[in-house]
Design a protein around this ligand. Structure first.
Ligand SMILES: *[C@@H]1O[C@H](CO)[C@@H](O)[C@H](O)[C@H]1NC(C)=O
Ligand SMILES: *[C@@H]1O[C@H](CO)[C@@H](O)[C@H](O)[C@H]1NC(C)=O
Length: 208
């Protein structure tokens, strides 16, 4: 009897000390569902363009949530008539969701739309940002919004790989300065390390 009690205690202690293997916990709340919302506009970038008053939402576009370094599509949705989309993840997929890794990806060209402004090839993609948690009796939903869309095509992918390689060889700032000088440009006075490593985008590195 006593040894059973000891065993039970030991099991309880171990399970209490073992954190959940996966899953999102925000402010102590275990998230059961995740939503990602966003808007696709018929502009040259897919983003809201204040200088384009006639640019409206793109209807019927496929939007995917790509995770695990692009290995898995956890969810997808179509944009509605005004270009909005909402990807909803159930409990199992929410366990695999990692906001620092998952991206919203819109494959181009968007079929079945009359929008001629969007780029014809590649992807539009963006990261997601938490905006709030809604708790009910049965669920805790973490709501994320999609950020600013960036056009990604094979050329930018190659440039980004070359950037990453040179960066690892020369160190960040020495290398960046070399790149800008090579292009006849000046290094930005304040280069945000986070932004550079997140995007490897020339525009945030050199003064253009
Ligand atoms: C599309 O979704 C947005 C956000 O949910 C909503 O405000 C809008 O009314 C919807 N448009 C249509 C045509 O249903
Ligand atoms: C959460 O996900 C489950 C499926 O895992 C689904 O049955 C449930 O309706 C979802 N809850 C909400 C509020 O979306």
């Amino acid at each position: 009897m006593a040894s059973h009690t000891m065993l039970l205690l030991a099991v309880l202690c171990v399970s209490a000390a073992t954190p959940l293997a996966h899953g999102l916990i925000i402010n102590g709340i275990t998230i059961t569902n995740i939503t990602i919302t966003g808007l696709l506009v018929c502009s040259e970038t897919g983003n809201v363009d204040p200088s384009c008053s006639s640019c409206s939402g793109v209807p019927g576009a496929l939007v995917q949530l790509s995770c695990m370094g692009g290995q898995t599509t956890l969810g997808q949705a179509l944009t509605n008539l005004t270009g909005f989309y909402k990807i909803a993840l159930g409990t199992v997929d929410s366990l695999l969701f990692d906001a620092s890794d998952c991206k919203v990806v819109i494959p181009l060209p968007v079929v079945g739309t009359s929008c001629a402004l969007l780029p014809p090839t590649g992807n539009l993609q963006t990261t997601v940002t938490l905006v709030g948690v809604v708790q009910t009796l049965l669920s805790a939903i973490a709501n994320f919004v999609a950020g600013h869309l960036t056009w990604v095509h094979w050329l930018t992918t190659i440039i980004s790989l070359v950037f990453k390689l040179l960066h690892s060889v020369y160190g960040l700032f020495g290398f960046l300065e070399k790149v800008c000088v090579f292009l006849g440009l000046d290094l930005h006075d304040v280069v945000s390390l986070q932004e550079v490593t997140a995007r490897y985008d020339l525009g945030v590195i050199c003064k253009m």
